[in-house]
Design a protein around this ligand. Structure first.
Ligand code: F6R
Length: 612
């Protein structure tokens, strides 16, 4: 939620505006309600901001010269205060000599606001929590920005990554991180801060990952990091291995479509980087011993949104392979229900961004109760990864579209690998079964490539269906988990009211909503549940529904019941979610496209949800 960028270069190179705007565009996935920039020009802070997309800000500044070597910028996902010019960042203190960009929430801002108004007569211009930071720093400022920021931070409670500039210190950005992502980029004659790597990739490959409660002071020549005790510390440089193109559209109309097509590669990488020549799994980054694994009496999977849906399938897979009970919960519920977790629990957090606040808070709750924390994360060095005992990275590469696709399928692959690894370590999975699973998993990238070649038939189907206003997704077993994901994909990017339910549960109430021409998408890829699914399809057909079935090649019986069938390549039941979700992603994409929706940036959403 919200993205921040800061740049400082040598005084004679005055390209801050363009560099910051370009960085903000790469962070638009974090929020796009408004954007703004503050540049130091001749010892004065020039602030420009505009509601809506970054192009609005660019248009506002078109024709202005605004040459500067230093500045900060922000792209907003509104929390406190509606999207508007006034509520846009940067926010300034009363005389405009301090400017702040902020990602996060200041929980005690009302208290600070009252104190600032009462004691200092501060008049607030916006409805945001962030404005209090600018005024606090302004009040404490006595010629040393770093000191003033320290004093302000001591008063603040909440989550924040902030970037601050002062008019009278035209060579310096001070930034602080607490529970919101922050990195510093190391350039040649220039340095940066940002919320995430894509913002800086055009300019740098060397990054410092800033930890919680650390302050970073950035000048053109240097980046200094200070710990919580405010002592300067050394940090290892993190070298980014992927290139700028990985975060570009590469000819696709949208990031979402590009990312759908990147799934064979992501799945291949996630799997093959972990398989030894003898077929055993090496879980890099995981230090669990045989004794640890045998000591667990329960697994708890916790995540949000699409990552939670990966967990729904993960529950089936891990229970089945490792013979251990698996509970699953959405992170926002888990932490408030005093869950039964102890030192015999393996807690698995799944998160693409690794910054989702609900997931992070749940992880901390489980940790405080003694659980062993294993996270499945895409973004290297993110908060969830850093706070876990063991990390299992998905090799999806950067996911930019707000609607998650390749993160989901690579998360699923991690579920299989964790289940197989635990099962084999415990000796509860026979070699024959293990080998069958492995060879099926290895075939997935190729099968997926084949499936993607049939994209045009799903696009044609989308053209037929895009005017529907209500859709039901049904499935059984792992297919029920896939239904939830298919439904979420469709609703979040096309704004169609879609609903997922375990197929056998329909008759207990929801079937009342099925009437003539109601669209039902029935996922029927589980051989042992196939006939049951055919009965469920008949039930909705009998009420007039229009049914699209998703089935494995060769299972033709479904054609007698469903109006249309999408086939996925044949595979064992257990691994079918890796394939069956993909037609649903493609269908959601083309339906949203037909409806003229802003696919990569759906309304009201942001890629990284760092608020509760
Ligand atoms: C939907 C989507 C969200 C995320 C959820 C968790 O397409 O992307 O539902 O899955 O916000 O995000 P992460 O995985 O970053 O924790």
């Amino acid at each position: 939620m919200c993205g921040i960028v800061g740049y400082v270069g040598k005084r004679n190179i005055r390209d801050a505006k363009d560099i910051i705007l370009d960085g903000l565009k790469k962070l638009e996935y974090r929020g796009y309600d408004s954007s703004g920039i503050a540049l130091n020009i001749g010892g004065r802070l020039e602030v420009r901001k505009h509601v809506g997309r970054i192009t609005n800000l660019e248009n506002l500044m078109a024709g202005e010269t605004l040459n500067s070597n230093i500045g900060i910028g922000h792209t907003r996902w509104a929390t406190h205060g509606a999207p508007s010019d006034l509520n846009s960042h940067p926010h300034c203190n009363s005389d405009g000599s301090i400017a702040v960009v902020h990602n996060g929430i200041i929980e005690n801002y009302v208290e600070i606001k009252e104190w600032l108004s009462k004691e200092f007569g501060v008049v607030f211009k916006s409805e945001t929590d962030t404005e209090v930071i600018a005024h606090l720093i302004g009040i404490y400022y006595d010629g040393d920005l770093q000191e003033a920021v320290y004093k302000a931070v001591d008063k603040m409670r909440g989550a924040y990554a902030i970037g601050v500039v002062a008019a009278s210190e035209p060579d310096k950005i001070v930034a602080v991180r607490k529970d919101a992502p922050l990195i510093a980029g190391l350039g040649e004659g220039c340095n940066f801060i940002a919320s995430d790597i894509p913002a800086l990739l055009k300019h740098v490959r060397k990054i410092y990952l800033i930890e919680n409660n650390e302050t970073v002071v950035v000048t053109a020549d240097d980046v200094k990091i200070y710990n919580e005790a405010r002592k300067e510390i050394k940090r290892e440089v993190f070298h980014v291995t992927w290139d700028a193109e990985a975060a570009e559209k590469e000819g696709y109309d949208h990031f979402m479509l590009k990312e759908i097509h990147e799934q064979p590669k992501g799945i291949y990488e996630t799997l093959n980087r972990r398989i030894e020549e003898d077929g055993s799994i090496k879980l890099d980054g995981i230090n669990m011993t045989k004794e640890d694994i045998e000591g667990f009496n329960k697994v708890f999977i916790v995540a949000c949104g699409t990552a939670y849906h990966a967990g729904l399938v993960g529950k089936f897979v891990i229970e089945n392979l490792a013979k251990i009970p698996v509970e699953i919960d959405v992170a926002s519920e888990f932490r408030y229900r005093d869950p039964f977790v102890d030192d015999k629990t393996l807690f698995i957090a799944i998160s693409q961004s690794g910054e989702t606040l609900d997931t992070l808070a749940a992880l901390r709750e489980a940790k405080s109760k003694g659980a062993r924390i294993l996270s499945v994360v895409n973004v290297v060095g993110s908060s969830v990864a850093r706070e876990s005992d063991d990390v299992f990275y998905t090799w999806a590469g950067p996911e930019i579209a707000v609607a998650s696709t390749k993160a989901y399928t690579t998360q699923l692959m991690c579920m299989y690998l964790i289940g197989l690894y635990m099962g084999r370590t415990k000796g509860v999975i026979a070699d024959e079964r293990y080998n069958q699973y492995m060879s099926e998993l290895k075939e997935i990238p190729e099968k997926l490539t084949k499936l993607l070649e049939g994209e045009s038939s799903i696009r044609d189907l989308a053209k037929e269906l895009y005017k529907r206003e209500q859709v039901f997704f049904i499935g059984r077993g792992p297919d029920a988990g896939v239904s939830y994901e298919g439904s979420l994909k469709l609703k979040e990017i096309s704004y169609i009211n879609s609903f997922a339910i375990a197929a056998g549960e329909l008759k207990h109430g929801t079937i009342a909503l099925i009437e003539k021409d109601t669209l039902v998408i029935a996922i029927a890829t589980q051989d042992k549940l196939y006939e049951k699914m055919l009965s469920n399809i008949q039930e909705v057909k009998a009420r007039g529904a229009y049914v699209i079935g998703v089935a494995k090649e060769g299972n033709k019986e479904i054609e007698k019941q469903a109006d249309k069938v999408i086939y996925i390549p044949d595979c064992i039941d257990e691994v079918s979610p890796l394939l069956s979700v993909v037609p649903l992603q493609i269908m959601a994409y083309y339906i949203a496209k037909e409806r003229g929706c802003d696919i990569d940036k759906p309304k009201n959403l942001a890629k990284s949800v760092t608020v509760e």
